[in-house]
Design a protein around this ligand. Sequence first.
Ligand SMILES: Cc1cc2nc3c(=O)[nH]c(=O)nc-3n(C[C@H](O)[C@H](O)[C@H](O)COP(=O)(O)OP(=O)(O)OC[C@H]3O[C@@H](n4cnc5c(N)ncnc54)[C@H](O)[C@@H]3O)c2cc1C
Ligand SMILES: NC(=O)c1ccc[n+]([C@@H]2O[C@H](COP(=O)([O-])OP(=O)(O)OC[C@H]3O[C@@H](n4cnc5c(N)ncnc54)[C@H](O)[C@@H]3O)[C@@H](O)[C@H]2O)c1
Length: 459
Amino acid sequence: MSDDFDVIVIGGGPVGENAAARTAAGGLRTALVEAERVGGECSYWACMPSKALLRPGHALAAARRVPGVPVGARLDPVEVLKRRNSFTSDWDDAGQVEWAEGAGLTVVRGRGRLVGERRVDVDGRVLTATKAVVVCTGSVPRIPSLPGLADVAYWTSREATSAQEVPESLVVLGGGVVGVEMAQAWARLGSDVTLVVSGERPLPKFEAFAGDLVAEGLREDGVRIVTGAKAVAVSGSDGGVALRLSDGSEVRGAHLLIATGRQPATTDLGVERFGFTAGEALDVDDTGRVSGVDWLYAAGDVTGRALLTHQGKYAARAVGTAIVTDAVDPEPWTAPVATADHTAVPQVVFTDPEVASVGWSEAQAREAGLEIRVVDLDIAVAGSSLHADGYRGKARMIVDERKRTLVGVTFAGPDVAELIHAATIAIVGEVTVDRLWHAVPAYPTISEVWLRLLEAYGL
Ligand SMILES: Cc1cc2nc3c(=O)[nH]c(=O)nc-3n(C[C@H](O)[C@H](O)[C@H](O)COP(=O)(O)OP(=O)(O)OC[C@H]3O[C@@H](n4cnc5c(N)ncnc54)[C@H](O)[C@@H]3O)c2cc1C
Ligand SMILES: NC(=O)c1ccc[n+]([C@@H]2O[C@H](COP(=O)([O-])OP(=O)(O)OC[C@H]3O[C@@H](n4cnc5c(N)ncnc54)[C@H](O)[C@@H]3O)[C@@H](O)[C@H]2O)c1
C-alpha cells in the first residue's frame, strides 16, 4: 500500500469520517488514521450508548403520563443494556470500516503523530500528504486533581456508557450534560444516584430555568442532588468510593463517575513543533485552517469550538470543501465556512425533561452588548396538554431589538428536542419576528408555543 496521499485525516470519529468522506468525494486520495475504533467516542462511549440508555426510561415515563396506557412498573435492565449494546455494535467497528472503505477512504490503524510538514507517523510508518493534514482527534475527559482519586477505580463517561450491570449506587461529580444524562439513565435503571454539583443547580451553561426543571425531574427519579459542593478528596470505602466535600460531609457510592468536562486530545500528537501546547485546543479559522500553518486543518472537539457531534460534522464538511476547492478567504455563510459556530449552535440535553437550546443565552447576549428583549413563557398549549397529563415546560425567546431577529431560544420540557430546529432555521436565516408570525404552527402541536411567544412579544 502506498504511503502517499493527498489528504491525511488523523482521528476517525464522526468528524474525521465526515472530513475524509468530503475530500475523497472531491477526488482526493484520503487516508483516515484511527488509533482505536472508526466511529470514535460518539459511536461507542458517548452519543449513541448514552441515548440508548436514556430512551427506554423516557418511553416508560411518557406512557405513565397518559392514562389508559398499560405500563409495567419498571424498566427491564437486561433488555435495555442489550439494546444499548446493539447500538454500539458490541464495540466492533467493522461496519464503520466497511462504510469508510466504501466511501473510498484508506483506513490506517494506529496512532498518528505529526512529524514534519505534511508528514504523519503512524506507529513507525510515515505517511505523506500532497495537500493537507486534518486533525480530528476529539477530546478526553478532564480529570480534576483530587487527593486520593488516582488510588481508586473511578468511572469516566466511557464506563458510564458501557457498563454491563446496573451499579447498586453511583456518585456523579459534575452537573454538566454528561452528569445529568448519566445520573438519570442509571437512576431510572435502578441505581441509587447522588449528583454533586458545584453551583446552585445543574447545567450552569444553560438558562437557569432549564437547570431547575432538570433538577426537579432528576429528584422525582430519586436522584439526590448536592449543590454548592466542592469535592476535596476521594477514598476507598466498603468496596466502593467516598467523596469528601468542603463542608466536611461525605457522599458514598459503589462507583464514582467523574463528569467534570473534557479537554482537547492534543497530547502526544506532535503539535508542539507547530507552536501549540499539548492538551490545549488547536486554534482554527472558520474554514478549519490551523492558525499559522497553511497545510494543517482541524475540526470537532479538538478545536474546542463546540463539543457536539453535529457541529463538529458541520465544521468537517467546511474543512473538506475548503481543501477540495482550495478556498482562500471564502465569504461567511458559504460551504467552506463554519459561520454558524458563532451564533447558532443547537444542543439537546436528553434528560426528561429535555432541554433544547440554540444561539445565545440571555447572559451571553447581554455580555455581547446586544439590545435584547427576553420573552419567557410556560409551555402550556393544547398540544402539550394532549401530549402528557401535567405537562410542565418553559420556553425563552431572545430577540435582537435592532434587527427584530432571534438570537437565542431555549425550551425545557418533555419531548422538546424536535422543536429546536425551527429556532435554528430562524436564527441562521435571520428571519424577523414579523415574518415569523406567518410561520403558522399546526394545531394541536407543542409547536404552538411559537405563536404564544410571538403574541407575548407583542405581535
Ligand atoms: C457521554 C457523552 C455523551 C455525548 N452525547 C452527545 C450527544 O448526544 N450529541 C452530541 O452532539 N454530542 C454528544 N457528545 C459529544 C460528542 O461525543 C463529541 O462532540 C464528538 O464525539 C466529537 O467528535 P470528534 O470526531 O471530534 O471526536 P471523537 O468522537 O472523540 O473521535 C476522535 C477519534 O480520534 C481518535 N484519535 C485520537 N487521537 C488519535 C491519534 N493521535 N491518532 C489516531 N487516532 C486518534 C480517537 O481514537 C477517536 O476515535 C457526548 C459526549 C459524551 C462524553
Ligand atoms: N446531549 C449532548 O449534546 C451531550 C451529552 C453529553 C456531553 N456532551 C458534550 O460533551 C462535553 C463534555 O460534557 P461534560 O458534562 O463532561 O462537560 P461540561 O463542561 O458540560 O460539564 C462539566 C461540569 O462539571 C463542573 N465541574 C468542573 N470541575 C468540577 C469539580 N472539580 N467539581 C465539581 N464540578 C466540577 C463544571 O462546572 C460543569 O458544570 C460538553 O461540552 C457537552 O456539550 C453533549
